[in-house]
Design a binder for this molecule. Structure first.
Ligand code: DQA
Length: 149
């Protein structure tokens, strides 16, 4: 079963970007960890990161054609601004889990609002990069149970 891991703007800087907030793992480390976790769960994990909103929207549209069954997305700052990402995800009707490495609710007020959370299957916030693994475990459980999106 195909799952798509999406990371938004500035997450390519993981490992060097504000390590006290985002930790020491690089994006390559996170993606490798997710492929390994996915394989153990019977999931084929494709990965994509972009700093551009439109590129993420385009990738979500392609996922719809590829038979991707679940999306795990850390939209980065686009979480707090992007109607386009929300519309892309609802448009392809692929269930998704929103992940944030940091606890956005402990941070600036502008990070408290998400344009995606109310249409997500679930949200994992503030647990560090392990949140991506937990999201894959939840996705696998939901897919195996045949839960409706
Ligand atoms: C983030 C939180 C966002 O507010 C921020 O803009 C990011 C990363 C996180 O993973 O904690 O880029 O999504």
């Amino acid at each position: 079963m195909k799952v798509l891991l999406l990371n938004g703007p500035n997450l390519n800087l993981l490992g060097t970007r504000e390590p006290a907030i985002y930790g020491a793992m690089t994006l390559a480390d996170v993606e490798a960890m997710c492929r390994t976790e996915g394989a153990a769960l019977g999931l084929e994990v494709a990965t994509f990161q972009s700093n551009h909103e439109g590129a993420l929207v385009d990738r979500i549209h392609v996922a719809g054609d590829e038979g991707v069954r679940f999306v795990v997305i850390n939209p980065g700052a686009l979480t707090h601004t992007s109607v386009a990402l929300r519309d892309a995800l609802t448009g392809v009707a692929i269930p998704f889990i929103e992940v944030h490495i940091s606890n956005v609710h402990k941070r600036e007020a502008f990070r408290h609002r998400s344009f995606l959370s109310d249409v997500a299957e679930g949200v994992i916030v503030g647990l560090g990069t392990i949140g991506y693994r937990l999201a894959l475990q939840a996705a696998a459980a939901k897919l195996q149970r045949g839960d409706k999106p």
